[in-house]
Design a protein around this ligand. Structure first.
Ligand SMILES: Cc1ncc(COP(=O)(O)O)c(C=O)c1O
Length: 362
């Protein structure tokens, strides 16, 4: 049986392929290559004693900093151990939820629905439509009646996105039917502002936006995510079911420092949009080899390989042996072994990966 790898499984790669984890460039974890913020590195040293105390149970300072960053009211924000904890918490806040998941999707959504004893229907973004959102069809499906709708925006793994101005009718239906519309914005910081639906939380009580410090701030080890909603009932139900101090004092302090680093935030945004454009141009040059891609909105791209050449798994193997880990997308429902996903890293690393793809399919 072939092994399945999550985007962050570098230690598993080390175990199986004998390549030291620290030598592998992870094109599959979708984490910014620019490292952590300078303000965090400068400031964290003098805050190390914070672990001697419990964090503020209400995380007041952190929620205020997050609210300032994403222009939301601090009172509408809940924090958790990565967006993972909040995905689990919102799905499980209702027993045996009936869920509709926009697919292809991050596998954790369905896993959490099943853990909660619920049932998951999938609404597929179609390959023939370049995995764009068909909002009319989605609205019709949601009108059938669900407890929760899970959308990833931008979508992992397709990197497509729906703009906030197209969400109105869907959210009206969700408000009317009491369906929680959970939008996972883990990758939103890399995308244009038009895709950010979080400002709509003030208007629609069904909307619960989930965000993360892991990817954009290059801090997956911090384990810090947050949710935004104006629905006080939902907020307190989730709060009641969560562990009280799931964000450590150190993560609390670190995140406040990172969020205050405006220059760093600008630098990451500028780098990533430039690199996205540069890599897309290089992919355009591979079109004569039968390689195509879905126009990316986030910091990663879904690439379609020629049907006749090596499969996604074969390319994964070739890349690993050159110390590059890409995502073989054959295990995503709605995709197959002609799809890979990779995130934009350092320019020279991206050049190396693109050369390998070129050599393999020319
Ligand atoms: C779409 C999506 N949501 C959530 C997560 C989990 O992120 P976190 O590190 O914030 O738990 C990931 C991680 O890969 C992801 O791709």
């Amino acid at each position: 049986m072939k092994e399945a790898f999550h985007g962050s499984d570098l230690e598993k790669i080390e175990e199986i392929y004998g390549i030291p984890a620290k030598e592998i460039i992870s094109f599959s974890a979708n984490v910014s290559p620019l490292g952590v913020s300078g303000k965090y590195l400068e400031g964290i040293g003098e805050r190390l004693h914070c672990v001697e105390r419990y964090p503020d149970r209400g995380y007041r300072a952190l929620r205020k900093a997050l609210g300032g960053y994403c222009r939301a009211e601090a009172g509408h924000i809940i924090v958790g151990g990565g967006s993972s904890e909040l995905i689990g918490a919102v799905i499980k806040h209702k027993k045996a939820p009936r869920a509709l998941i926009v697919a292809p999707a991050y596998a954790e959504y369905e896993r959490n629905v099943l853990i909660a004893g619920g049932s998951a229907d999938l609404f597929y973004l179609k390959e023939g439509n370049d995995f764009e959102f068909d909002m009319e069809a989605l609205c019709d499906r949601v009108a059938e009646g669900y407890d929760i709708l899970m959308i990833c925006n931008p979508v992992n793994p397709t990197s497509t996105a729906v703009s906030a101005d197209r969400m109105g009718r869907l959210l009206e239906i969700c408000d009317r039917l009491d369906t929680v519309c959970a939008v996972d914005e883990t990758y939103i910081d890399f995308a244009d502002d038009i895709y950010d639906v979080s400002p709509l939380t003030a208007q629609y009580r069904s909307l619960f936006v989930i965000r993360s410090m892991s990817k954009f701030f290059c801090a997956p080890g911090l384990r810090l995510g947050y949710g935004i909603t104006s629905n006080e009932k939902l907020l307190s139900e989730i709060e009641e079911n969560k562990d009280p101090w799931s964000v450590s004092s150190l993560s609390n302090e670190a995140a406040i420092l990172m969020l205050s680093d405006r220059e760093y935030i600008k630098k990451v945004k500028t780098y990533m949009s430039g690199e996205r454009e540069r890599v897309c141009k290089m992919l355009d040059d591979l079109s004569s080899s039968g390689i195509s891609y879905i126009k990316p909105r986030a910091n990663f791209v879904l690439v379609h390989l020629p049907e006749k050449g090596p499969s996604s798994r074969a390319l994964f193997e070739l890349a690993v042996r050159q110390r590059m880990m890409i995502r073989d997308c054959s295990d995503f429902k709605g995709l197959d072994d002609t799809y890979i996903r990779f995130c934009f890293m350092d320019r020279k690393d991206d050049d190396r990966l693109l050369s390998l793809i070129k050599e393999t399919y020319s």
